[in-house]
Design a protein around this ligand. Structure first.
Ligand code: UD1
Ligand code: CA
Length: 454
């Protein structure tokens, strides 16, 4: 049967005190909306619609192309938000899961298992719920004890004392039969404490129409946790961080002290890799086996092979091949490919460049827009002068070249294989293979100059 998902993300999150949409607030450096989308995709659902409102442009720009977005003009409640997606739901038919964009810890397994129960019980709606220690602020699950079905959901602000004592709460995620959902949305009234159209009211509406509603209660209570403010966001970070650590430790990653360590949920790390304090690994980063990463290192969307050392390094959207020894104090910028066993040392910056295997760039050097061969040696303080004030140009350096200390390479320029540049040269013309390029004034010593000056 056809399955699709609608994710509610129109809210601003006033309590977050954020200028942007709440669903863009991040847990382990990943926007909450992306957590929800990944959980949905992991459950095999490909047709996804996100309801946007506050910060709609920002969300649209962030979301992948294959995600449909619809706009809820005014935030009149979760039921009204689903109405904004009515055309999408009608087109898809079948079953639809509605989820909150601010509850990132929902997982694919829960989505799948809840669907099984939804289908096997023949429900019009099935809510995903869990028992929590502190139900304050959540919708409470009221069970019909005659048959164990879901009677209704009561919001905190509308609950009486007895209902407030219910610890089973609404995650905000529901499976619906699409046609039943669309019909029940027409019956929503904003006659509650907040004057909003509540999605949760569809349950009672469906029951009055003779349909069955059910509960899928999960033992994993973090699934229901939402973040309405920064304190809850920090709590979600704490839970997610621990979960990521536990998974990595189980795979043989060594994290002797987690102080200052943040690792995103999609980062993969090989066994025997050591992660030292103040290391932040985010996005789609993959790190191989037997690496040492940190201390004080940030790696974003990069691919790091086996046996690499990253000591006090910032590495963004780049690739570092096996056995490379990087740091301390190195910045590898986007679109760089650092070869096997390369050494980049103190205060070296590499940008949009390839660096061939075994090359050494040990101190105070900028390699930008360059193609550097294998086994090249850079002396201290070299600069590829890639920008003439209008356009960027490339520098090419052949295998085994030797770039003398304090060389400026004015691009576009080539230093061919096995060539040398003399220290202090400003190289503006190509240096042929096996030649020495010297581009500096000859030294003159003026004898007795100091005495004459006096
Ligand atoms: C909602 C549920 C509550 C549940 C809780 C779980 C309702 C009425 N209440 O409460 O039962 O326990 O989630 O976290 O559904 N949104 C829109 N448009 C709107 C209003 C909200 O898109 O007009 C989006 C928000 O951006 C958010 C989600 O819907 O992603 C939930 O809205 P929120 O206001 O946070 O609802 P809660 O009060 O947390
Ligand atoms: Ca919420």
């Amino acid at each position: 049967m056809n399955k699709c998902a609608v994710i509610l993300a129109a809210g601003q999150g006033k309590r977050m005190k954020s200028a942007g949409p709440k669903a863009m607030c991040r847990v382990l450096l990943k926007p909450m909306i992306d957590w929800v989308i990944d959980a949905v995709r992991g459950a095999g659902i490909t047709e996804i619609c996100v309801v946007t409102g506050c910060g709609a442009e920002q969300l649209r720009a962030h979301l992948p192309e294959d995600i449909v977005t619809v706009r809820q003009e005014r935030q009149l409640g979760t039921g009204d938000a689903v109405r904004a997606a009515a055309d999408f739901i009608a087109q898809q038919g079948g079953s639809v899961i509605v989820l909150n964009g601010d509850a990132p810890l929902i997982d694919s397994e829960t989505i799948r298992d809840a669907f099984e129960k939804h289908a096997s019980e023949g429900n019009a709606a099935t809510v995903i719920s869990a028992r929590v220690d502190n139900p304050y602020g959540y919708g409470r699950i009221v069970i019909d004890h005659r048959d164990g079905s879901l009677s209704r959901i009561v919001e905190e602000k509308d609950a009486d004392e007895q209902e407030k004592g219910i610890y089973e709460v609404n995650s905000g995620a529901f499976w619906f039969d699409s046609a039943d959902l669309l019909r029940s949305l027409e019956g929503l009234r904003g006659d509650n404490a907040q004057g909003e159209y509540y999605l949760t009211d569809t349950v009672a509406i469906l029951r009055r129409a003779g349909k069955r509603a059910g509960v899928y209660s999960t033992a994993n209570s973090s699934v229901v946790l939402g973040a309405n403010d920064r304190a809850q966001l920090m709590e979600l970070n704490r839970i997610a961080r621990r979960r990521v650590f536990d998974a990595l430790l189980a795979e043989g990653v060594d994290i002797p002290c987690p102080d200052g360590v943040i690792i995103g949920p999609d980062v993969r790390i090989g066994r025997d890799t050591l992660i030292l304090p103040n290391t932040i690994l985010s996005g789609s980063t993959v790190i191989g086996e037997s690496c040492t990463v940190g201390p004080n290192t940030r790696v974003e969307d990069s691919k790091i092979a086996d046996g690499v050392r990253l000591d006090n390094v910032v590495c963004e959207r780049a690739r570092v091949r096996s056995g490379a020894d990087i740091g301390p104090f190195v910045h590898i910028r986007p679109n760089s490919d650092v070869g096997e066993r390369v050494h980049l040392g103190n205060f070296v910056e590499v940008k949009n460049s390839t660096v061939g295997e075994g090359t050494k760039v040990s101190h105070l050097t900028y390699v930008g827009d360059s193609d550097v061969g294998a086994r090249v040696n850079f002396g201290c303080g070299c600069v590829t002068v890639n920008y003439d004030g209008k356009a960027k140009h490339r520098t090419t350096i052949g295998d085994n070249a030797f770039i003398g200390c304090n060389t400026n390479l004015i691009a576009p320029v080539t230093v061919a294989e096995n060539a040398y540049t003399a220290a202090g040269s400003t190289i503006t013309e190509d240096v042929p293979a096996e030649a020495l390029g010297i581009a500096r004034a000859r030294q003159v010593n003026k004898e007795g100059w100091v005495r004459r000056r006096k």
